[in-house]
Design a protein around this ligand. Sequence first.
Ligand code: FEO
Ligand code: CA
Ligand code: CA
Ligand code: CA
Length: 596
Amino acid sequence: EARAQTGTSAFTFDEVKAGVDETHHVAAGYDADILLRWGDPLFADAPDFDPANQSAEAQARQFGYNNDYVGFIPLEDSDKRGLLVVNHEYTNEHLMFPGIVKIVDDKLEVAPADKKRVDIEMAAHGGTIVEMTRQDGKWRPDRNGKLNRRITATTEMEVTGPAAGHDRLKTKADATGTKVFGTVNNCAGGVTPWGTYVMAEENFHGYFDGDLPANHPEAANYKRLGLPDSSYSWSNFYDRFDLSKEPNEPNRFGWIVEVDVMDPNSTPKKRTALGRFKHEGAESIVNKDGRVVFYLGDDERFDYVYKFVTKGTFNPDDRAANMDLLDEGTLYVAKFAEDGGMTWMPLVHGEGPLTAENGFNSQADVVIEARRAGDLLGATKMDRPEDIQPNNSNGKVYVMLTNNTKRADDQVDAANPRAKNAFGHIIEIAEQDGDFAATTGTWEVLLKCGDPSVADVGASFSTATTENGWFGMPDNCAVDSAGRLWVSTDGNSPEATGRTDGLWAVDTEGEARATSKLFFRVPVGAEMCGPLFTPDDETAFVAVQHPGDGGDDWEGFGRLSYYEDLSTRWPDFKDDMPVRPAVVMITKQGGGKIAV
Ligand code: FEO
Ligand code: CA
Ligand code: CA
Ligand code: CA
């Protein structure tokens, strides 16, 4: 199919040049200030970051590792006060701890973890809630904020919704099946219309080790989720991460977690009505009938796109009345038809194949094994669904599909149109009659990603897109207040694309549709998360995740790897400081809306 020939981008900024080096770059005329970095103290009494003498106690009072989702919740006097909420998806031991790495036969070897290290890792996971104040157009975190909070892999949480208290969630430590400690691998997320923070539990399988007892009934459930994976050593010190000792613990992860940020002592809730899978994000929109619709990706090759529609309606005048909206509603899984139509199929116990004959004895079983329910309904197997963003300005929904190099020629379909899809694509959904709760809609491919100058790639950026403007591997995204789409990426690298990850502005309307421009790029080894625009569009927050990550060419504390001639100590550039994931604040010099 031909690439669009025309179009002047609606985004007014001069593009950054794509490439790779040790630092970040933003479009000319903009400031990119480091707002919060791993280890920054979040409370008046929190210790300063001391990377050579880190402790779990200190880490639990400091900004966590690998910032991913970034959300903003306005407070009273909202152009000067707000809450920043940030997910800390995972930890990179080889970049965090000095002296644990050596090179053996050209390969990186990481020393086995002791309990102290595991405890620091657990404290570096989860999320951060921090008050910010704005002065002279720039936001600053407030260490004295009364709402400041760290959530970690040990924070007590309550399970609510259809799976709460079910036998499959009961453990030796919790006979009620309702009390879980911690959240892990919180990738993207969302802020609800009623001002709570939702965290998606993505690759939770990596924290579990050990073998299930023989013939255990969860064997097929866990296999479908890749459990166990044992990327971490937590099971050596905490039995609950060992399947042979606590076979039900993995059923207590893989959920959407909701946090009431206005009460720093509130118990976060795992909202099981939204299903259990490798949750990427949970962006939402208030439908015209007042129900709230959450779009949910399951980030795995050949897994599904979901949405959840609340039963109750949003009450803008009574925050308390909304606080349990996520416990009742309908979870749907998407089927993309070849003709551009689509169906949202309900995952409801007793309907269709979701019956006792197929092992679904209640709605609890349906949500615990949402993937298997989707399998039986014939949902469309997608190329790794990541962040999904509804757009209130035009009624559309954007689905980031990051890549799937394992799709074979005979597995290609209209919604996943490329075999060995290395660079991913973006689908645009139009719900029926602009009704986000509709069970039918239409869709089209907005963009096939990758280098459009390489014919074999089959990318579909408009011809107005420059050599800097194309990207691969869309991951997180945001829609600004003007309804414009911004896409951040995960997987560009000097080897794959000759460029780092970054933030691109993508036209969706008119003749410029499928034109893309590079606004910000990350230092070597990093991926780009966030992004998030404040309601006035005057500030963009982006999250630089795992800067300096490489692999097997390590030369010591804070050095990276894959890139032999490059190293970075971003953002401090000090010999005694490791590379540090950080949230960056972007503002226009002299003030004003971004890219307008
Ligand atoms: Fe954590 Fe799907 O990216
Ligand atoms: Ca992601
Ligand atoms: Ca998003
Ligand atoms: Ca990612």
